[in-house]
Design a protein around this ligand. Sequence first.
Ligand code: NDP
Length: 315
Amino acid sequence: MPENVVIIGSGPAGHTAAIYTARANLKPVMFEGFIAGGIPGGQLMTTTEVENFPGFPEGIEGPQLMDNMRKQNLRFDTKIITEDVTSVDLSSRPFKVSSSSQTIETHAVIISTGATAKRLHVPNEERLWTKGMSACAVCDGALPLFRNKELVVIGGGDSACEEANYLTKFASKVYMIHRRDTLRASKIMADRALNNPKIEVIWNSELVDVLGENQIEAVRLKNSQTNEEQDVSCSGVFYAIGFTPNTTLFKGQIELDDYGYVVAKPDSGETSVPGVFACGDVSDKKYRQAITAAGSGCMAAIDCERWLSETGHTA
Ligand code: NDP
């Protein structure tokens, strides 16, 4: 007998979809991943304090929040498989979802594989990642360690401008480091950043390394025209050089946009294949927040439940 629904991915979107489908008695099966997306639990597993997820007035550590969601799922008997999905077959029904050890047939699939923030992996990055580095200003910018400090944003697109502007609420100054001499960002976003007195753009510059003993203290930059290196003091470094949606498994099987994100109806998570739903960052390049991912997981689950019942797959 095929399963009702297989959920691929274990960030806030996947766990919320699982909680809702489990409570609807659909007995969901979740592939939480193993190493493909880093570690199970998604991007919050590499975040320190989460202060903007409602319900935690004192804040909560990212890994703790994900562990709570996982426990909530186990309470409702979601079957959680700690393996990476290696292939999916959405061309015939029931769909097939395979890992290295098994193939599961299922009537519906909820895709919540997320997106991976691009990083440059400069030499000292791993050592200093949780000590003043981040790929999400909205998530981490308000933390005390960044307040009234000089901060650096890497990138020249809309995200970089948005994040730099956002950080000026807390920082004493924000340097935008861009590898070219013109911004990629849309005019309105670029103007906003360029006209912000707290933002200084350092043009034609690439990040060579991050420096600091136990905390970020500076960045080392190389001018791409003169090859000269300079160190710029700062207390935080935020990557805004784009995201890679984790959609390799689905290429050629469902509609993806030009950036590789799953095209999903915003009010339901329905994809181009009936019975396949998407939620969270894998189909969202605008908000990218834990709470929006969780909300979209809820919506995908409810619409999945309705689809299963309307198509006669569940009693
Ligand atoms: P983009 O791909 O648009 O921009 C990425 C930026 O990072 C570019 O300036 C690029 O430089 C730079 N970059 C990429 N790789 C490297 C590297 N290896 N080293 C140094 N710099 C690098 O990504 P965004 O996340 O900014 O935007 C993605 C999409 O989301 C866009 O469609 C954007 O409009 C949209 N968006 C919309 C927002 C809104 O409407 N509020 C907010 C944020 C994003 P280069 O320019 O030289 O290629």
